[in-house]
Design a protein around this ligand. Sequence first.
Ligand code: PHE
Length: 358
Amino acid sequence: MSDIETLENDLLAKIDAASTEAGLEEVRVAALGKKGAVSERMKTLGKMSPEERKEMGPALNGLKTRIAEAIEARKAALEEAALEARLASETVDVTLPPAPEARGSIHPVSQVTDEITAIFSAMGFSVAEGPDIEDDFHNFTALNFPADHPAREMHDTFFFEPKEDGSRMLLRTHTSPVQIRTMMTEKPPLRIIIPGRTFRCDSDQTHTPMFHQVEGLVIDKETHMGHLKGTLEAFAKAYFEVDSVRTRFRPHFFPFTEPSAEMDIGYERVGNEIRIGQGEKWMEILGCGMVHPNVMRNCGLDPDEYQGFAFGMGVDRLAMLKYGIPDLRDFFAADARWLEHYGFDALDTPSLWAGLSR
Ligand code: PHE
């Protein structure tokens, strides 16, 4: 066996025996590196006679090429084996929850807004929204508040500095301006609820300067008080998650509804607990009424063709009642301990079929 054949067999055996990529790299350096066995032989070509070189040149070049190819092939095989081993040993359990370590919780205001939305969307309502900063027209005038009428004082309004023309923007005192915005841009029949922030200059255990309402508006032909009562009673049962709720509609005044009412629900106190739905006591939970013909006209609707009802409820108050939270101001104190105690699971979306609150 020639010297070259011996070297080739020896190198091929080493390549074959290399079981890791690092081991293979060592063999490559020992063969083809600057001082490798094959490279050293190539250097001897220069000192050879032309005849010798003619024979040894192709032989050594052939050796170099075959060794390089063998190394490449072995390298590819080792890489593939490594990948196979990884695929076999690593597993992903696709049945695990997406974020098992999820932290934080849903604020009661968000939870209750979602609960109310779930109930009304099951009745065919959709959600509308409007700006927190309103003008006098949408917040008062179009809602049939006469200029300088004391009803405007009912809401302790936050006004902005007057503009050049003397008009003042304000923080909306209720979600009712979105009734106007919707009636002016959409064609009846309308069935919407309007969740959002509202603002009044007030602060005590049950009032904060910023609070939340959900407004409701239905406009259709031949709409009457029976529809209003049926809708709101169904809502109260669903929201408080009880089979029956005693309700009472007490006459009231709002400029934008006629007749107007406040809805009370029956409750009783058993020890520290408030039981909603039964009992001899009454608690007010929302304001409502038939949309005033003037409001319809202000929005370009003919009150002889269309009628409607509207209602507005305080989200924060409904949250306090349902979940037994004593002080409203804590809602907005951003205390992580309070949220941990009163907050809701982020992965449990309220729905009528799976349960509003679990
Ligand atoms: N906007 C009223 C309030 O904030 C509530 C209401 C809405 C009453 C719709 C009747 C109809 O006091």
